[in-house]
Design a protein around this ligand. Sequence first.
Ligand code: SF4
Length: 223
Amino acid sequence: MTLYISEIFDSIQGEGVHSGVPMTFIRLQGCSFKCTWCDTVYAQAFDRDNGQEIQEILAQVEHKWVCITGGEPLSQPEGLGKLLSALYDVGIKTTVETSGLLPIPYWYLDYVESWVLDVKLPSSGEYEKAMQVLERVLYHLREQDQVKFVIQDTEDIDTMYSVLSLPYWNPFPTILLSPVSGYLNTSSSELCVHHAMLLEKAGFRARFSPQIHKALWGNRRGV
Ligand code: SF4
């Protein structure tokens, strides 16, 4: 089984509940969406110029944790399933980052330590598409999964609360509030911190989640 790869590199996890954990990152090619603030535009194209077999990919895994990201990893669903199963079989824990715009095959769930669902809010430009399919994704999320809201402004915050009030959650995963630029000293960071605290007080598990790899190395590839 061939998977089309954008890049494979080692770094620390920069966001979410595993922030700071050394991981091998496998970025798959392909995403048919066009988020306005996408910071991996180079991975959107599915140009099939770097096909790799599962064993070839496994040989490049240097850590006990792997983050599979994109693009949209579910753009290559069959290969993704085989890769997850192969990593699971050798005892490697995985997180998978997905946009929520494609269905997660339910038989993949248990191979993954933590799915990270990036719910698209109005500032992404993909909100309406995301709302059409959100039910089938939220329904499968588990407590150990993470749901990420990239926040630009108060419209995003209001929409996040609307999403959290939907009846499809069962149970709630950890909620990540991530400022749109990824950086700390911005108005969107202040919004994220404030509302993470409000959500915790309301009984959710909520985390302010800036992208610490960007604070360390800036907005560039391979980190
Ligand atoms: S879903 Fe992810 S990879 Fe695709 S355009 Fe949006 S941010 Fe970029």
